[in-house]
Design a protein around this ligand. Structure first.
Ligand SMILES: Nc1ncnc2c1ncn2[C@@H]1O[C@H](COP(=O)(O)OP(=O)(O)OP(=O)(O)O)[C@@H](O)[C@H]1O
Ligand SMILES: [Mg+2]
Length: 247
């Protein structure tokens, strides 16, 4: 196992207001190695986005620690491009103008636009792009800051099946070419099996890890590959058992 890039240790999180106490995360521990993809799947509302907020430091855990080496970035379902800026300006937005010359920024922008196959669309505005192109632009904007770890919270769930499949292929190419570790939240079991080196199945709230699956299949994987089926079946059964519990 490669060196851990991210170590999540005994994380619990409870939200307290004057009236309510909501226990959302319960003793969650896992590691993510260098160039590893860990997919998280679990019932809606179980606490996945809360876990990402804690990992990224946007929120504090009630108990536990998060350690990571290198730069960490987040990507969401909504690409959140700024509509008044061109694709180029959006992609370069996170690069510090005090630290980098405009020439250096422009070079990096062109490089990452090429990586996400949008080099023809630098001058376009977000409303001129399809959903998949917007999400690729958001990915370029994330990659340009050279993160070592990317937390992806259902980044492809708003896209049609064909575009999603293309982006799944794209992420696998990226893993091959680029030293990045990914934690990926999805509701789509097949997507988790295509992308994950490991899949962690979470319980209902308060979320804890119910099962861990090691997906021992060669890459690149395609979603229609029948070798995925036994994993998909088994994970789906686990998830269904979890959502049926107490409901
Ligand atoms: N700031 C907050 N204060 C109080 N409760 C919160 C807060 N943030 C989240 N919660 C609660 O934590 C629970 C988990 O929410 P979260 O968004 O983490 O779930 P999720 O697993 O990402 O759901 P989904 O799959 O629908 O995206 C929910 O019951 C939510 O109401
Ligand atoms: Mg969520």
């Amino acid at each position: 196992m490669s060196l851990a890039k991210l170590q999540v240790s005994n994380i619990s999180k409870t939200f307290t207001t004057k009236k309510n106490r909501t226990e959302v995360l319960q003793n969650i521990s896992f590691t993510v190695g260098s160039r590893e993809v860990v997919c998280l799947i679990g019932p809606s509302g179980c606490g996945k986005s809360t876990l990402f907020n804690v990992i990224s430091g946007l929120d504090q855990p009630s108990i536990g620690t998060v350690e990571h080496t290198g730069r960490l970035a987040m990507m969401f379902q909504d690409p959140a491009l700024l509509p008044w800026l061109t694709v180029e300006k959006n992609v370069g937005f996170g690069m510090n103008r005090q630290q980098y010359s405009s020439q250096a920024i422009n070079q990096a922008v062109q490089r990452y636009l090429k990586i996400v196959a949008l080099e023809q669309f630098g001058q376009a505005y977000p409303h001129e792009l399809s959903g998949g192109m917007k999400q690729r632009a958001a990915l370029a904007r994330t990659l340009i800051i050279e993160p070592n770890i990317i937390l992806m919270d259902e980044p492809f769930s708003a896209l049609d099946a064909q575009t999603r499949e293309r982006l799944q292929q794209f992420v696998q190419t990226l893993l091959h070419d680029y030293p990045v570790s990914i934690v990926f939240v999805t509701h789509d079991v097949r997507e988790a099996v295509v992308l994950g080196d490991r899949v962690l199945v979470l319980t209902k709230r308060p979320a804890h890890i119910r099962n861990e699956y090691i997906i021992d299949l060669p890459r690149p994987r395609r979603s229609f590959d029948p070798n995925l089926d036994s994993y998909v079946r088994s994970i789906t059964e686990q998830l269904q058992a979890e959502t049926l519990l107490y409901s």
